[in-house]
Every structure is written in C-alpha cells, then in structure tokens.
Write a protein that binds this ligand. Structure first.
Ligand code: FMN
Length: 211
C-alpha cells in the first residue's frame, strides 16, 4: 500500500514539474515571437517612413473599421509618427480585397499633408511571375506610389493604364495592380476625410491585434 502511495506521489510530482516546464517554455516562445513580430513591423515601417520621428510608433496606434474605404469587415491599424507631438505621418495597415488570389496586405505611409511616403506589400497570394511584381523585391512598380496624392494624379489617373489611369499593369496581369491601386486610392480618400481622427484619437495598443 505504501509503495502505491509513493508511486502516485512520484507521478504527481513529474506531472507538476512537466507542466511548469511546458508553461515556461510556452511563455518564452510567445515572448520571442512577439519580439520578432515587432522587429519585422519596425523594419517594414522603416521602409516607408525613413525620416525622423520621436514617438514609439508601434505603441502609438489605433485600430478601426470602415466598410466604405476598407471593405469586407477588415480591421485597419494606424501607426502614428510624430515629432515633438506634431503629426509627421501615419502608416495604415490594411488589405486590398480584389486581388486575383484573395487579400493583398498593404502598408501605406501617408505624410501629414496627404501625400504618400510609400507603399509596401507585406503578404499576398498572387501568382508568381504574374501578380507578384507588386513586391518591392520583384520589381520597382510599388515605388511609383511615393509622392502621389489624391490631387497628383487627379481621380481618373488613379487607375492602371488599361483603365485610363497612370499606373502600369503587368503583362498578362491587370487584376493584381488594379486591386492595389484602388485600395491605396481608397486609403488616401479615408485619410483626407478622417485626418483628425487618425492623428488625434488616443492610442489604444491593447485594442488592436497588430503587433
Ligand atoms: C493560373 C493563372 C494565374 C493568374 N494569376 C494572376 C495574378 O496573380 N494576377 C493577375 O493580375 N492576373 C492573373 N492571371 C490573369 C488573369 O486571369 C487575367 O487574365 C489578367 O489579370 C487580365 O489582365 P490582362 O487584361 O492584362 O490580360 C492569372 C491567370 C491564370 C490562368
């Protein structure tokens, strides 16, 4: 009988030690993943807002939805860059929903004056060799957005050439660039209507699922 109790106690101890170890490893892994996500996000943000800001941009963020400009119920995150409190730029994280193979995740850096600092694709499922020229590493196409605004070009120009606009399409692949151009135009339109909301809303890092 005594032996039975001893075995049961030993088994219990092993279970407790095992669970504690696993929980610890889990927490460490989660921390590492979060740190890695922050690094990637900062690196991506750095590509479109290389100039100076002095706030903690990853924490200075809000999340919101707006079906008119960011369809399909997507959550948009706005990261605000400020210098001594003054708005420098906002980076919107959102998706173009009319890609050939689903959503195209984008970051658009918009200066306080409404002009684009730059756009980057962070994730997509477009076809390699056709739609993937939207990636900065695959072609220079995405760089054409820098410096553009709602008045440069005027509205008809905010389309691919096939549709009478100023943006190149790719050979045999018009759907992908068309989706990105339209999504960026809508993001700029949102910015022009909601600039004060974007810069003045109190940061809510906990309310956003983004890193
Ligand atoms: C297997 C396959 C994959 C394709 N992938 C893409 C894509 O990723 N992006 C895209 O714009 N078009 C893609 N297309 C082409 C589109 O179906 C469509 O023909 C094209 O976007 C229209 O552009 P065009 O008017 O310049 O031909 C793909 C077509 C096929 C058959």
């Amino acid at each position: 009988m005594m032996d039975l109790w001893k075995s049961a106690a030993a088994l219990g101890l092993v279970a407790i030690v095992g669970t504690t170890l696993l929980t610890g490893v889990d927490a460490l892994t989660a921390e590492r993943i979060a740190a890695q996500e922050r690094r990637v996000m900062l690196e991506q943000l750095g590509q479109i807002i290389p100039e100076h800001y002095d706030n903690a941009i990853l924490e200075d963020r809000i999340a919101f939805t707006d079906e008119t400009h960011f369809p399909k119920g997507q959550q948009v995150t706005a990261y605000r860059a400020r210098q001594q409190g003054a708005p420098v730029a906002v980076v919107l994280k959102f998706s173009a929903v009319n890609g050939y193979n689903g959503d195209i995740d984008l970051l658009a850096g918009i200066n306080a004056d409404g002009s684009l600092r730059g756009v980057r694709v962070t994730a997509h499922k477009e076809t390699p060799g056709l739609g993937d020229a939207i990636e900065a590493g695959k072609s220079g196409w995405i760089n054409d957005f820098a410096g553009k605004s709602l008045s440069n070009p005027e509205t008809p120009g905010w389309a691919v050439r096939r549709d009478g606009g100023e943006f190149d399409q790719f050979t045999g692949a018009t759907i992908t660039p068309r989706a990105v151009v339209e999504a960026v135009r809508l993001a700029l339109t949102y910015f022009s209507k909601h600039r004060a909301f974007l810069f003045d809303t109190v940061a809510d890092p906990a309310g956003s699922s983004a890193p």
